[in-house]
Design a protein around this ligand. Structure first.
Ligand code: PHE
Length: 330
């Protein structure tokens, strides 16, 4: 008995105590073995023997519980000390955040136009048919609506497929002259190397008195802008079509990877398409009841610019949130 008591009292750690617990109280433990002797005890003495054993067991159990509590308390205190966090300490200053490459590119684009006195306009991402299509000379059943793979809401509204509806909203709420850009997220049903269902555009619109705005103005500002973004590149305007501009053009820069020799990125053409633009179609001015004005507009995809500037091979990488990619832009 004394021996068993000493054993329990001498335990230095919870692990040690647990070993002792099994040794004493376990199925094949010391106590169990003593109870097993009961069958060999003469009947007369059985009761006294069993009572003695139960007392002994209860006493040891109590002792065990006490030691357990003490050791547990010590253990908690030790852990608390070991895991103390000094909240007043500076954390790792190296790992501060940074702008996402798309936002950084967007800021760079915005800076250029703000310096040229463009205002920055905003509009809703859930748009109605009028602003996203109709007023932009895309009447219902117009085949050009197929150009946009649209996400429709149940109520007939759409997730805006481009930032062009902000042109309409701005013209409806202000009077000419207008000099605006509209940066923001747009949505299309697309998913591959160079397309994600959500991406960002920057729209531009300039409206002045009739005759004050020409295609030459548009060419000049966009050429200068593209040199600001990409440095020493060639810029070319290629005739194209948009329902809301006439004439329309797409703008290419000489491939910044192969310098125009032809490579995989430029599909061996030597050119990269980076912008859509044109002279505002008179039907658009009719829709907002603007008279005796002329204007130009342009739109570009921010992710495309970011991809080219940072040589990112897969557009989808920009939205995976992988810190190994993001950390390269600190
Ligand atoms: N809205 C067009 C698009 O999303 C881009 C554009 C804007 C073209 C303005 C011309 C003028 O593709």
């Amino acid at each position: 008995m004394k021996e068993l008591e000493d054993k329990i009292s001498g335990a230095n750690s919870l692990e040690e105590l647990e070993k002792i617990r099994i040794e004493l109280f376990g199925k094949k433990g010391v106590i169990a073995k003593k109870f097993a002797q009961l069958k060999d005890v003469p009947n007369k003495e059985k009761k006294a023997f069993a009572e003695g054993l139960n007392k002994e067991k209860a006493y040891l159990q109590k002792l065990y519980d006490e030691i357990y509590e003490t050791l547990k308390k010590e253990e908690i205190e030790r852990l608390l000390k070991a895991e103390t966090i000094d909240v007043s300490l500076y954390s790792n200053l190296e790992s501060k955040g940074a702008l996402h490459p798309v936002m950084e590119t967007m800021d760079k684009i915005i800076d250029y136009f703000v310096a040229l006195n463009f205002s920055v306009e905003d509009g809703p991402k859930i748009e109605d048919d009028f602003h996203n299509f109709e007023a932009l000379n895309l009447p219902k059943n117009h085949p050009a609506r197929d150009m946009q793979d649209t996400f429709f809401c149940k109520d007939g509204r759409v997730l805006r497929t481009h930032t062009s509806p902000v042109q309409i909203r701005t013209m409806l709420k202000t009077k000419p002259p207008i000099r605006m850009i509209a940066p923001g997220a747009v949505f299309r049903k697309d998913y591959d190397l160079t397309h994600t269902p959500m991406f960002h555009q920057v729209e531009g619109l300039v409206v002045q008195e009739k005759g004050e705005v020409s295609f030459a103005n548009l060419k000049s500002i966009l050429s200068d802008f593209l040199h600001y973004m990409f440095g020493d590149v060639e810029v070319r305007f290629r005739p194209s079509f948009f329902p809301f501009t006439e004439p329309s053009a797409e703008v290419d820069i000489s491939c910044i990877f192969c310098k125009g020799d032809g490579c995989r990125v430029c599909s061996h053409t030597g050119w990269l398409e980076v912008l859509g633009c044109g002279i505002v179609d008179p039907n658009v001015f009719d829709a907002v009841e603007y008279k005796n004005v002329s204007g130009y507009a342009f739109g570009l995809g921010v992710e495309r610019f970011a991809m080219l500037l940072h040589k990112i091979p897969d557009l989808r990488m920009l939205f995976e949130g992988d810190t190994r990619l993001l950390e390269q832009f600190r």
